[in-house]
Design a protein around this ligand. Sequence first.
Ligand code: KG4
Ligand code: ZN
Length: 338
Amino acid sequence: MDPVKVVNILAIESSCDETSAAIIQDGKVLSNFIATQKVHELYGGVVPELASRAHMQNIVPVVDAAIKEANISNDDITAVAFTQSPGLIGSLLVGVCFAKAFAQAKGIPLIAVHHMQAHVLAHFINDKPEFPFLCLTVSGGHTQIVLCKDYLDMEVLGETIDDAAGEAFDKVAKMLGLPYPGGPLVDKYAQQGDPLKFKFPMSEMKDYEFSFSGIKTSVLYFLQAQKKLNPDFATENLKDICASVQYTIVNMLMQKLRKAAKDFNIKNVGIAGGVSANSGLRKAIQEAGEKYGWKVCIPEFEYCTDNAAMIGITGYHKFLKGDFTTLAASPSARATWH
Ligand code: KG4
Ligand code: ZN
């Protein structure tokens, strides 16, 4: 029998506007390269065709850099994990085709990863939350409350019926004339503003569902009305508007997270996805943790927004279970949770 070898997973993430590659050795991150595509800033949002083209340009150098940084060679790679879904189809295709070609050339297994499951497992890169673990996953495309019973045994308790929380941040930022992606900028200005200055309605949804299209529309109407009275209203009140919008979005998220933690009696609670980088949300979950006796888990900033390390850690757990895919695997823009 072969001696037990180290397991080196090459992980690829290309679902949206970040081209990322990572090497995960026996569950530990050796490298995690992220090439963020700046081209979309010009258009105020991600342009799918431009994203695919940028992935095509980035994929080889990014993978090379990740392998070099990890101080291993192509021949040391045990398996290739890639984001199969969900995401922009042209962007996913670049990662999927690269992963298939690499695996085929080296004769090594391929592992298909669900991007949202990977956001949750980003918690297990440097930490080890206990199961059952409740995760609020908030990104530019999704908002979900996920009950994790084990690494690969997860159930979505509820999600948004329309816009994602990150999308709401980005759209409000656009109305305020801030560049894409606006979420981090709203966060920055919010830290200097008064969260109670302006009041925006909270959506009332059943169970663990969310809705963020209402707040987007109410901010739009509010700004239109105020600008009729004072054309400089948005600029003059930028910090207070950002603080008030952020306060409302964070409250909507926390309300459902508290309900799920109480209903399922779970004390290990975390946030994941791009919006988990938000200072207001990080503070709110810490405060709730102190109040309700939760063990709070927040990923490091590097692992909040899209990155290949989270694909790699998910790939590693799938590798341990022998959960491989074939060359017939194809990407899917939307995928049901499994
Ligand atoms: O998870 P992610 O990198 O990509 C998707 O899978 O969508 O999330 C990106 C989203 C964007 O909407 C971005 O504006 C938001 O996360 N985001 C933030 C912050 N940092 C990133 N939103 C609010 N505050 C932040 N600090
Ligand atoms: Zn994401």
